[in-house]
Design a protein around this ligand. Sequence first.
Ligand code: HEM
Length: 422
Amino acid sequence: MSAIAAAPGRIEISGKIFNPFSQAFIREPRATWQMLLRDYPIAYHRDLSMWVVNSHELCGEMLKNNVFSPNFMEWEHAPPAKADADKNDYDRTFDKSLFTVSTRDHLKLRKLTMPAFSKPVMGKIDGKIRDLVLECFDAIGDADTFDVYEAIATKLPVRSIARMVGVPTNMEGFFHDFAVGVVLATRPNLSPKERDAAVATTLPGLAFFKEQIAQRRALPHPGDDFLGSLVGASDNGESLDDYEILSIILALITAGSDTATDLHTYAMLGLLKHPEQYAKLQQRPELMENAIIELLRHGSMGKFPFFRFATQDTEFAGQQIKKGQCILINLSAAWHDPAKYPDWDRLDIERRLDGNLVFGAGAHFCIGTYLVRVQGGLMISEFMKRYPKATLVNGDGQIDYDYKHHNARRITRLMVQTNKGA
Ligand code: HEM
């Protein structure tokens, strides 16, 4: 297939070639990704008005290149910035987010948050998440079949983040509503009225955490849990202000709830579709960490996930990208690039994964990998322990998708047969 050139030298595609919202693509994207990887490592998408970068090599280069910013206020179609006097707590927090601050401030945020993600702090969270995982499986009990999405994927991610940031268990419902508003407010396709409504639902949660931060600041020592580590962090006279701490909590919710929801369904789909890999993981649990990364790579649950905005006119991979233009970094395609993985379609939990882009690359490399390992590892281990002979109902798990999900190929039903007595 040949590319359609419009602007001189510009490689262009249209929705006929790549439509990430089509139901057929969401169900079975692999042929489209292979076509994009073969014919369009990079191209301008006329109908989406954005660049699409597909190859593993170019995605890696773009993630590491500071000319391309994740700050959507750099976008040529971004809404006008609000005046300071009109900003609420959500706007002030957004201004300090990992995705909006300057490269220097981002470095400062990442440095000061490091102690909160250290082994001693994270180690204390393991036990709390283990309780959650056990609760989920106890509720499934002796059922012959169950839905992984309903019983596990909707139950674990947001509550794990709640436990991580120290929300009391009797306030998990409140935190859940807060998280729903936070995720909703980030959706790009909202009208200004819808966005204002979503933002309004986040304000009580932000007020709650502001109060928690104030209480910690008033103590002689802010505590050695996650929140206390953020409040107490200091480096060369620099520390985190309230909005910076709130921005970290929001980042965990936006980057860690949707992704982890899909982790649980796609991990179990991958393992049960490949019974020899499921059996191997039961025999060799030390492969768990590698298996999780490989399951994410192989499942490729993203549809429309990672963006950058050009901060200046620049040439990239022989294409002229203009300041303000948007670029979709199509990591889902990149994870199946035959140039990086000649046997890309094989699930192999022992695969060597050096240089993989599953958690990104460069300055914005995923901050949540520890939580992914703990949450995913505990869930899969418990699943294997309770249902060593589990299979997919009908051999296909009777999968349903949420075709309208804003960024994922979201599975909303995955039926498994427990085969407990077999
Ligand atoms: C479950 C699978 C997950 C995958 C595949 C994943 C993948 C990624 C990727 C590719 C990036 C880079 C984004 C970019 O450069 O634009 C990223 C960033 C990030 N992730 Fe994850 N993630 C996962 C789970 C989580 C979890 C559970 C959390 C937290 C609770 C989390 C928190 C973050 C944050 C805060 C960033 C932004 C870091 C920064 O901008 O400095 N992620 N993740």
